[in-house]
Each structure stands twice: as C-alpha cells, then as structure tokens.
Ligand binder design. Structure first.
Ligand SMILES: Nc1ncnc2c1ncn2[C@@H]1O[C@H](COP(=O)(O)OP(=O)(O)OP(=O)(O)O)[C@@H](O)[C@H]1O
Ligand code: SF4
Ligand SMILES: [Mg+2]
Length: 386
C-alpha cells in the first residue's frame, strides 16, 4: 500500500517536472510505473496513427481554435508476451475529438476511470498519444518529441488535483516559483523576485509566504501556490485536473473564483476536469461527457444541461440536486458496474447499463455526430445516416 502511494507520488512529481519542462515526457520518465512504451508498443502506435483516415488527416485545423483534438487515443499495455507482443491493452482514451477556442473553458465530466486525467495528460504530451492529432495553435504536436515540446511548456500548463503531493517539500514557495521563471527565462535574473511576488499577489498569496515551505500551508493555500506555479510562465492554455476536489467546500469556491478571475485578466483557456457537475456548470462554456474512454456528448453548456441527448448524460445530470424544490427531477439509477476499459463491451460501450438500449446497440457502435450546431452525440436513438 505504502509502496503504491510512493509510486503514485513519484509519478505525480515526474508529471510536474515534465509539465514545467524540466524532464522528459511522463511516459519516458516513469516507465516502470506506467508499464508501457517499448519498441513494439511504439511501432503499433505508429501504425495506428498511420491508419488514420487520410481524409481527416488532410483537413486543415480550425484557424480560430487554440486546441483541436482529432481521433485521440491513448492505450496502455497491461500485459506483454515474452517477445514483447501486447497481450492485454487498456483503452483509456479511445477516439476522442473536440475543439476549444481562446478564452473558453471546456468542462470534462464522467465517472471515475473514464479517462479524463489520461486525456488531459496526453493533450499536454505528458503521455505519448497512441494515435490521433493534437493541434495546438494550428500545429499538430501529437508526434512532437520532448525537445520540441520544451518551448511549448510555458504555453501549456497543468494544475493537479492533489496540492499535497504536487509541490516539492524541500523548496520554499519563492524557490519553487522562481525556479520555473529561471528555467524558462521569463524575466531577467535581477527581476525574478519582484516578478514572483507580483504573481503571488495576483493569486492571493502574501509576500511573507515567499520564504515558507509547502508543509506550512493549508490545502487551499497550497492550491493557490500550484496555480501561481502554472501561471508564472505565462501560459495561454491550462489543464485543471480536479483542482478543487481535495479541498473543503468553502475553499473550493475561493479557488474557482480565483481561476475565473485569472482567466478574465489573462484571457486563459481551460480544460477543466471535475466530478462535480455543479462546479463544471458554474465555470464551463462547453461540456464534454466521457464514458469508458469515449466522448459520448459534447456541446455548449446551455445545450448540454438544457437538452441532454445521450442517455448517460441524462443519468449523470439526474443525480445533481435541484435547488428549486418546486421542480421535481426523477433520478435515473444506472444498473450494473462500469465495465473494465481493458475489456469494453462491443457496440455502444454504454449498452450494458443503458435504460434505452436496443438490439443494435450491443453490436454496432453509434457514430459521433453533430445534431445541432456544436452539439455532438454518439447514440443510436438519433439518425445515423449523413
Ligand atoms: N499509467 C497507467 N497505466 C495503466 N493504466 C492506466 C494508467 N493511467 C491510467 N490508467 C487507467 O486508465 C483508465 C483511465 O484512468 P484516468 O486516471 O484517466 O481516469 P479518470 O477519469 O481521470 O478517473 P478519476 O475520476 O478517478 O480521476 C483507468 O482504468 C486507469 O486505471
Ligand atoms: S447507442 Fe444504445 S446503448 Fe448506447 S446510449 Fe444510445 S440507446 Fe443507449
Ligand atoms: Mg482523474
């Protein structure tokens, strides 16, 4: 148990260093923990990437989107034969496509294990994608090596869920923040302290915290330090992976409001991952609903909350308490356990739990289609033809 925790902390620290541009990709750094990424796996990844439809590959990226993800896949090899052939593969992210425009927040929701974190980390290239395209500011970074990613590390940052394990314990707050500024040469050396103090102030951190160590702070204050560390290199895109779920409810609101304020001041774009639908509803412009590695519904917040089309989205949202006692919402209880992403059901992956499942659902996967402008759904309840 202790060993597993240490491994997880080591992986989190490696992810941090990689996100700060101080290490290689997470897959390369923590190979032993992640358990994938050998030559055979890479060859398979390459051939899957090559197999992407030429039509989709050839399409130019949307010039207005800051991030466009097409057919993104991240598979982990769980078991290999003696010759290195993958025997068992876990499809953590399985053919996901979406766009985010500058200044927007895309909220990602879905049950535990549906692939939210893996998707966020793969987009940042902390994991090497198995297949797909990741256009960041118009350039496809899916195949970029660590060295090509280094200049982009200042533009793409991440705030992790656990503010306890994601800060190095032996550095002061000033030291942690100044290091990122120094590595990326954000300001001349003589101006580093002044610059760090100005960013701390923006994140609600007092001047005298500069000399203090992470263990001297509460969870909320530590998360402010993590946010300051992400923003100090002037990113324009930030993945927020459950940034408030480890905090008390009263502190959650402060951190969410801080993220919103900083977004308005700096024109930031967020990919905001959360279990908490109320938080996602508050902060997001668009919502993506994931189930077993796939995006089952995506669109504007108003459309997704006002007119959820996918049976899984309906069930997920029916569990949110309605603050209006006069409006009765019937809770949809899903039967059965979430299937393993190592052995997902054939056809629609949700058919084993779907209250609306039909015969076709168990053997043919529904197409992911746009049913109203910007509102995508994957379900046989809606027309499948073009
Ligand atoms: N390094 C890894 N090696 C093998 N499997 C992994 C690895 N990282 C994640 N997984 C698996 O991939 C799937 C998706 O995990 P992920 O952490 O992305 O889910 P999540 O939606 O973020 O869950 P949660 O809400 O609990 O954080 C899970 O089945 C998980 O066990
Ligand atoms: S495709 Fe079928 S099983 Fe899947 S969500 Fe739609 S109705 Fe349910
Ligand atoms: Mg997660």
């Amino acid at each position: 148990m202790e060993e597993k925790k240490n491994n997880a902390n080591a992986a989190e620290e490696a992810a941090n260093r990689a996100a700060q541009g101080e290490g290689e990709t997470l897959s390369e750094e923590s190979e032993a923990f992640a358990g994938f990424d050998d030559a055979a796996e890479r060859a398979k990844e390459q051939s899957e990437r090559d197999a992407l439809s030429e039509r989709d590959k050839a399409l130019p990226p949307d010039p207005d989107a800051i991030l466009e993800v097409r057919h993104l896949k991240k598979y982990f090899t769980l078991k290999k034969s003696l010759s290195g052939k993958p025997l068992s593969t876990l499809k953590a992210v399985d053919d996901v496509s979406f766009k985010i425009y500058p200044g927007e927040t895309l909220g990602i929701v879905g049950e535990s294990g549906c692939g939210k974190t893996t998707m966020g980390r793969t987009i940042l290239k902390l994991y090497q994608p198995t297949a797909g395209q990741i256009f960041f500011e118009g350039a496809d970074i899916a195949g970029y090596k660590s060295v090509q990613m280094r200049p982009l590390r200042t533009k793409m940052q991440i705030v992790f869920q656990d503010p306890y394990s994601s800060l190095p314990p032996r550095s002061t707050v000033g030291g942690i923040l100044a290091e990122a500024v120094r590595v990326h040469k954000i300001v001349p050396p003589a101006q580093i302290k002044e610059y760090v103090l100005s960013v701390m102030d923006k994140c609600g951190l007092r001047d005298y915290y500069y000399e203090r160590y992470p263990h001297e702070f509460s969870g909320g204050q530590r998360q402010r330090i993590c946010i300051a560390r992400a923003l100090i290199v002037n990113p324009n895109f930030v993945v927020c992976d459950e940034p408030v779920s480890a905090l008390d409810v009263s502190i959650q609101a402060q951190i969410i409001n801080l993220l919103k304020k900083l977004q308005q001041e700096r024109g930031l774009t967020y990919l905001f991952i959360s279990h908490d639908l109320s938080v996602v509803k508050y902060i997001s412009d668009k919502i993506g609903v994931m189930y077993l590695g796939s995006m089952v519904e995506y669109g504007d917040k108003e459309k997704i909350f006002g007119n959820p089309m996918h049976p899984y989205t309906e069930a997920l949202f029916s569990a949110v308490p309605n603050p209006n006692p006069d409006e009765k919402t019937d809770r949809i209880i899903l039967s059965g356990d979430i299937p393993s992403p190592a052995d997902p059901p054939m056809g629609c992956k949700f058919h084993t739990r779907c209250p609306k499942a039909m015969e076709i659902c168990s053997h043919i996967a529904p197409a992911y289609k746009e049913y109203e402008k910007g509102h995508f759904v994957a379900c046989h309840c809606y027309p499948q033809e073009d």
